[in-house]
Design a protein around this ligand. Structure first.
Ligand SMILES: C[S@@+](CC[C@H](N)C(=O)[O-])C[C@H]1O[C@@H](n2cnc3c(N)ncnc32)[C@H](O)[C@@H]1O
Length: 235
């Protein structure tokens, strides 16, 4: 097959699988049957599905070392991938307890990683000392270095790591968690791509939303209505 034909075939395959080909992802409602919709800070299964379909093959081993309610685990299984799931505070029997900076895995064990970082300073997930959600901003960033170094160790060469992260507004300032995470990831992996995942429809401002919006407007800030999906590769 000629090069051009191969490219068109790949495009057709991806389109048939329903893979997003542009960088703004707006999935609407959460698909049911994966993880838990009541887990605070869960992620929409459609994001995980896109990453797994695009960056792994059937039979591959996927890792989520911050599994929360197990969305990645359930999506991976539904797509005939194996999944190794860990969390510092596991909520299910099929999620093992481990700090993402010290995983009980041999080197180069997994084909792809999906992690959804805890929303800094929003939800306290546990009383564990190494829980990222309990750390000061400075210690949060320091810990991310150890986490990404460890994730690099267990990822196979050329494997992708997809990191979902959102910014935070605190005391009238935007804390650029996405950009800082990008900077730290760049030290351990090669940058490939990113997508913006829409988190809320702009017209969903209810009463509490109005108070939040007034506060943001007062500080000349935009209301964050997206997360960023950062895509890197181990080289
Ligand atoms: C945003 S939640 C993940 C939600 C998940 N994607 C879902 O859909 O349910 C982040 C998770 O990271 C975990 N966590 C925080 N610090 C950790 C660490 N050092 N190692 C492993 N897990 C950690 C928290 O316990 C929490 O479950």
């Amino acid at each position: 097959m000629k090069n051009k034909e191969k490219k068109f075939k790949k495009l057709k395959d991806l389109e048939e699988k329903g893979i997003e080909l542009s960088s703004v992802w707006n999935f609407g409602n959460r698909e049911k049957g994966y993880g838990s919709h009541i887990f605070h800070g869960n992620c929409i299964p459609q994001v995980v599905k896109q990453c797994i379909l695009k960056y792994s093959e059937e039979g591959d081993i996927i890792l989520d070392s911050m599994s929360g309610s197990g969305t990645t685990l359930d999506v991976a299984k539904s797509l005939n991938r194996k999944c190794l799931a860990f969390d510092i505070n596991p909520h299910r029997d099929d999620i093992r307890k481990a700090d993402s900076a010290e995983l009980p895995l041999v080197n180069n064990r997994v084909s792809m990683i999906f992690v959804h970082l805890p929303y800094w300073n929003m939800v306290k997930y546990s009383n564990e000392k190494e829980d990222l959600s309990r750390k000061t901003l400075e210690k949060f960033y320091i810990k991310l270095h150890s986490v990404f170094l460890e994730l690099r160790r267990v990822l196979k060469k050329e494997g992708r790591i997809c990191v979902l992260v959102g910014d935070k507004i605190l005391n009238g300032k935007n804390i650029p968690l996405c950009f800082e995470t990008y900077n730290i990831l760049s030290k351990y992996f090669e940058y490939k791509d990113y997508a913006i995942k829409i988190t809320k429809h702009a017209n969903s401002i209810h009463n509490k939303g109005k108070v939040v919006q007034a506060e943001l407007t007062w500080n000349n800030l935009l209301r964050p209505t997206h997360d960023m999906l950062l895509i890197f590769q181990k080289i």
